[in-house]
Design a protein around this ligand. Sequence first.
Ligand code: SF4
Length: 741
Amino acid sequence: MGLTRREFFKLGGGGIAAIAGAGILGNSLLNNTRTPLRADATDIKYKHGVCEICEMNCAFLGKIENGRLVKLEGKPKDQHSRGSLCAKGNAGINMLYDPDRLKYPMMKTVPDRIPGQDPKWKKVSWEEAINQAAEEIRKAIDKYGPQSVIWIGHNKGNDFLRAIGSPNNITHMSTCNAVRIWATNVTLGVANYVPDFENSKYILCFGWDQLGKGKNSLARGMIEGKVNNNAKVVVFDPRLSTTASKAHEWIPIRPGTDLAVVLAMLNVIISEERYNKEFVAKYVDGFEKLAEEVKKYTPEWASRISDVPADTIIRIAREFSSGCPAVIPIHKREAIQVRPGGFELVRACLAMMAITGNIERRGGALLPRIAPLNNPAPKVKPPEIEVKERVDGGHLFPLAVPAPLGGTGLYQSVPDMILKEEPYPVKVAIIYGQSLQSMPQTDKWIKALQKLDYIININIYPDDMATMADLVLPESVYLETAHISPRITNARYPQIAVGEPMIDKLYDTKEVDEIKYLLAKKLGVEQYMPALRGKALLNYRLRRYGITYDEALKKGGILNGSQKFEPRDLTSLRTESGKIQLYSSRLEEMGYHPLPWFDEKWLLHPEAKDEFYVVTSRPAVHRHAKTHNMKWLHAIMPEGFIYMNSTRAAELGIKDGDMVELTSRYGREKGRVKLIQGIRPDTICILHGFGQKSPYLKLAQNNGPNDSQIMPAYPKETNIALKDPVGASLDCHFIVKVRKV
Ligand code: SF4
């Protein structure tokens, strides 16, 4: 359903700019402007807010006219928004006023759990809802132990699980950013780094479509690096992505072989002695062993595997090591990372930046500057968790994040473990911020969820997941709540954004922290939960800066640390040696390869005429599966599709807009094709986040193919056999058959 012309113009200048510029810079044309007052607006207020649609948490001013939020304007002083929000951020108002939102707690009254099927919901009070949820949790704990209660989704379940004694905080991170976090942690002792695009002269991307994702400050930084600083941009990607289309050079590499190319580039840089000897001697540990290891990875070897000519590999390696500031950005969930060897690829990219002296150098990769916050302890320290073994195997990977709680495990292996009741039965799941469309091999997940005794879903929308839950607890939208948000991703300098509710809550909803506390209280374990809540918590979090929450708002909602760039000491990193760690003894002790390496057995290849490699991509105007019912974003992109090479499609008798069926070893899905020339003939690309069935989302229902449906959810034995220390790189490890239907 699109916007009518009348509705379109009712949005005013901001809304129009948001749609016209959708994709990359949102309302940048409106920087630093205030929209004119409407003649009938008698009560105008501006409030400080923080966008929660993605992890950039851009800060904005919300304009409220006669009690209604009408516009969000990025704050110029925020290092992320820098005066403009992306299309998704602008459309946050749609989420707040979405008539389809969950408005009160509801219980399912039919026994079946089928996504999108009428659950015959019954409206209940919060008291009834919490009573029933606590009773089901109590029953499971009494009979099967606290480990039978699991939290699935956004990483916010730790405190509640700790209070009840379960180790099972199951996050989706192994399908998302775990590879980047763990590899960066091993190498640099931090979870992420800042690609300093603006000061770079050479930006080398492996399947990283930042401009296509439209992540505000990262996308803008890359454009500024290219346009203002004359950086050369080179993109390896099987598809002519948005980033590739703006680059100086696009190299359509064979899917899954980027690691071979990076290892060959390391070979060239080291064998031709083009590395930064002084930097390596001072700050790098394991260089000699890396030099020995990469001797076998020649450009000719990589060329045979990747389809990239050897002289192209050699030329780009030489350009990258010419001495200019150069960077290889890594974010998350790129198709390159979600394959076997993804962990090694991130380490190899970091090694390439390290040996060329591009770590903690302007224009290279900077360590993040994150402002810490106080976190309140519980009144009473919770008892030790007795069962340490996690359902997702997180206890097997204690590399980067402390296990059992807070660790990341093999998310993809969870449905198998639930179905087989290994290592023990799971009975109750609390699912928060997790859609079915982000669950690989979705049908297997559905079977696993159907096996549970009880599902509690904390959600904003009545989506497919909500229709499967026994109890739906409505969460407040971020525009109705307060925020203290330190910059974590792409934190160029320490900065905290502070936000207030734009308006009072519209419906009978609660924040997730309050829901957890009410559940803990009903279960009699609230003394183990964080001791502070509400305004007291907000003030405590800022206390180390000598400022209260209200004072921070009065100061403009942005707290800045020093913006001066002072390089950090690279001999006291939190790594094994204190230096940049290329060779990891810890990995070796755990039975993994201590250096980045490549195994051709990781590669799968299409063999029949109708078989293809698969890559996935996320559109700039949607965030996972959670923004598809937002009116303006739906107007821009109502349906997901499958990119296919037009020449290859003609050979198969497939025309633009045809419906095709995709079949992998793991599932089947149908979707519409979009024919382009800018993709390898042997590869298709599916947009992620679509495939919603729920009839309660009037805009998003039936919005295209669900890419997760045909992805593998491997058991942990497969991860172990593939020697993957993260267990996180397998989403795109499959071949698909395409058939016109
Ligand atoms: S990049 Fe866009 S969606 Fe993400 S926080 Fe900023 S405005 Fe919101």
